[in-house]
Design a protein around this ligand. Structure first.
Ligand SMILES: NC(=O)c1ccc[n+]([C@@H]2O[C@H](COP(=O)([O-])OP(=O)(O)OC[C@H]3O[C@@H](n4cnc5c(N)ncnc54)[C@H](O)[C@@H]3O)[C@@H](O)[C@H]2O)c1
Length: 374
């Protein structure tokens, strides 16, 4: 039986309390939150769970073997470091940290101490995401052209991070998992309408190898709740709509076939294919429960989590590059490790050359170099 401590009992922490309380392999021992009122509310629902306003007391408790961190993003690095140094396994909510440097330090520390380090990228435990990944990886959709992802709602406004750091970790983690490719570069535009200096609407464009593109639109300021990912391939197209209760994935056997190069406009004729729409069965499992079970299994079996520290780091590198691009008015920003002037058509939207004043690509994710275009 794994003793669980949960730090942070705001909006998301109580969901971990509920799920871990239901697991046979785990027992929730202690909750820490700075807010006494939050702790009173938890105590009234779970009288046997101990509470504290000092998370170090939780880390010092011998009955706590593993810790969930569900506090604001800016606190993740410090609390996760203290947790690993206390010899406890850690499941830290997304994004793992607010910088790639902090994430790298945590990964090194967890390796040195032999503790499990997992990140709460909940959508990697969603059966619809597994189905989407299978469609892409099996080749059923053909060559992937582009992905379009929308995560829109009215609220929940955050005060310490913008909408990119709040919502885009979901889309980015899904993209990395489904495409099984590391992105090359990111450009981002964002707008702060409600809170000064904190973007509540943002558009990210991510360039992957083989000219695969992804567009992500995230917003706290939209009349409708939209959670939709469209993958357009050369053979078929798929739409994953997370707002749908039962039919989350639709596969469209639709496509366009271009003729071989023609001599004249008159000979140019595209042929369109309008086939069936298939709705595969997607099991109805709670992703957070699967995630928490996976954390427990990794602790018990010494396995590496699907969403381990390195996966969390990759997501943060994309967010960092997006943030650098936002600050630079949408400049195409190369990911660390791709700063050796990759082919321009892999990096730029729609194959156009980057629109920097000096024809250069700026690198993000912990790097400050400006690299020249080939
Ligand atoms: N995986 C998901 O789908 C998902 C969904 C929502 C939120 N989250 C993540 O969960 C985390 C928390 O988000 P939230 O919406 O619950 O935030 P929140 O502001 O509602 O709650 C955070 C809580 O942490 C407490 N806290 C802050 N500093 C603390 C400290 N030093 N010690 C103890 N408690 C402290 C606060 O008092 C508050 O109750 C964030 O990282 C967020 O990105 C993940």
């Amino acid at each position: 039986m794994i003793g669980i401590g949960i730090i942070g009992a705001g909006y998301w922490g109580p969901k971990h309390i509920r799920v871990f309380s239901e697991l046979s392999q785990a027992r929730v021992e202690m909750i820490a939150d700075l807010d006494e009122l939050r702790l009173l509310a938890i105590k009234s629902q779970y009288p046997s769970i101990r509470t504290t306003t000092d998370y170090r007391e939780l880390l010092g408790s011998p009955s706590v073997d593993a810790v969930v961190i569900a506090t604001p993003v800016s606190t993740h690095a410090r609390i996760a470091r203290d947790t690993i140094l206390a010899g406890r396994h850690v499941l830290v909510e997304k994004p793992i940290t607010s910088s790639s440097e902090e994430a790298e330090k945590l990964i090194g520390l967890a390796e040195a101490r032999g503790t499990v380090l997992m990140v709460g990228h909940t959508f990697l435990y969603h059966p619809a995401v597994w189905a989407l990944r299978k469609l892409v990886q099996s080749g059923e959709l053909g060559e992937v052209y582009y992905v379009h992802s929308q995560r829109l709602n009215l609220g929940l406004f955050q005060r310490d991070i913008n909408v990119v750091w709040d919502l885009a970790p979901h889309d980015v983690s899904i993209l990395l998992h489904v495409l099984e490719m590391d992105p090359l570069a990111v450009s981002a535009h964002g707008y702060a309408y409600v809170q000064h200096g904190i973007e509540d609407v943002a558009y990210l464009h991510i360039g992957f190898p083989h000219r695969v593109r992804a567009e992500i639109h995230v917003s706290w300021l939209d009349p409708n709740k939209v959670r939709r990912i469209t993958v357009v391939g050369s053979k078929k197209m798929a739409v994953y709509d997370d707002v749908e209760t039962l039919e989350k994935i639709r596969i469209y056997d639709k496509g366009v076939v271009a003729p071989p190069r023609t001599a004249s406009f008159g000979e140019f004729q595209l042929s369109y294919r309008y086939g069936d729409i298939t709705i595969p069965h997607v099991p109805s499992l709670e992703p957070l429960r699967t995630e928490c079970e996976h954390f427990a299994e990794c602790i018990l079996n010494g396995a590496t989590p699907l969403s381990d520290g390195s996966q969390g780091l990759k997501v943060v590198q994309v967010l960092e590059a997006a943030q650098a691009s936002l600050s630079a008015g949408g400049l195409m920003t190369a990911l660390a490790g791709h700063d050796t002037a990759p082919h321009s058509s892999d990096l730029t939207p729609y194959g156009a050359p980057p629109t920097t004043p000096n024809g250069s690509i700026r690198t993000g994710a912990g790097s400050t170099a400006i690299v020249a275009q080939p």
